[in-house]
Design a protein around this ligand. Sequence first.
Ligand code: FAD
Length: 422
Amino acid sequence: MDAFISRKMSTVTAEVGERETTVVVGGGQAGFAFSAKLRELGYPGRIVLIGDEKHPPYQRPPLSKAYLLGETTVERLQFRPEQFYANNGIELRLSTRVLSVSRDHRSVTLSDGGTLSYDHLVFATGARPRRLPNEIGGGLASVHYMRTLDDADSLAAVCRGGRELLVVGGGYIGLEAAAVARKLGAQVTLIEAAPRILQRVASPETASYFRALHRRHGVDLREGVGLAGLTEAGGRIAGAKLTDRSTVQVDLVVVGIGVVPNQELAAAAALRCDNGIVVDAFCRTGDPRIMAVGDCASIPLDDALIRLESVGHAIEHAQTAASILMGSDQSYRPNPWFWSDQFDVKLQIAGLLTGYDRVVTRGAAPGPTSHWYYFGDRLLAVDAMNDPRAYMIGKKLIQAGRSPRPETIVDPAADLKSLLAA
Ligand code: FAD
């Protein structure tokens, strides 16, 4: 083991022993963050990180952005080179699926036929794309999803000028895929069954900004319209019938209609699940030896359970869980942040806008623009489009529980930075 580990050995708490094994199920953002942090904090036991994909843990956000555009490489997606895991005493088992968990025996069974005992078990199983039903063509070749590196590779191989792409779903994944496909020269139609794009995740104001952006770049964006069915000829997609009875000529489909948490293993082990594996503020399930982190976890926030799907949450939740396993008594409270790249616009979001009753806007499209969401006088969230300064300042204010007067936000002469000093 290298200096990375030994440097921190002195911080090891009395409760965690050298003979212990911590098994992490899922080699994605949260599984990596947990394992690396646990080792960094000086955990002296065995860490086994099990992932069913063949790639060492990698970042997903570029899959629907720079990677799909061909602007970055597989190596640059990986959090660390494979050697890192061996150097830091993290046993990385790739292409291996955890098939079941026995809480009585404190063990997991693996797709390679093995069994592994654990002292601590961490679910970092993420989420998977909701599938298009087969009845409307979901089983056809040329229907693509965007979750894994393999998904991105198979779409990148066929998405180019001359193709006619239908994007089903106007959430971030669908919108990002549409933007990349346009940049690559494809004709793009995007349909969203809800009354507007980003219905579940952003305000009408932010949706309007991105609707206009996509239309400016030639995306045929249709809202309140679902997919009635794909038509095929000779095993290939020939067109799409929409719920408004219109038809579109398409030969390629990307589906971005949301994700479902990978909670089945936990549910089969009789752990409570409710839109994710339910954990308390200390990342623990009902079994004190089992935690859940990242996209797969249903976490408490203000008397409700929520599930977050973002890099920021996956990292911070996982790192908090590692600290807790090492004896910290700091609970987890999310400080949500998120970003999305579409065409020449970077959207950055701080906070959660749930429950807002007022929104004020600084700037105007197509220049730097930010929407600030309030409940009463309390600032809840900021959406910033090409305005990193508004994002950074909004994020700091929200984290500090401070709320600037809306009149100051909309005043173009006001210096936002001064709000931090006030
Ligand atoms: P994942 O990264 O999904 O990792 C879970 C892993 O566990 C997967 O490899 C899965 O195959 C594996 N697994 C599941 N079950 C088992 C099992 N039984 N045995 C072994 N392995 C198993 N977030 C942002 O904040 N900003 C963005 O711009 C952004 N863009 C995104 C773009 C795309 C295309 C996608 C897909 C996601 C994007 N996200 C973005 C979301 C972000 O990537 C996720 O929130 C994050 O990856 C969640 O990390 P996780 O570890 O919880 O889950």
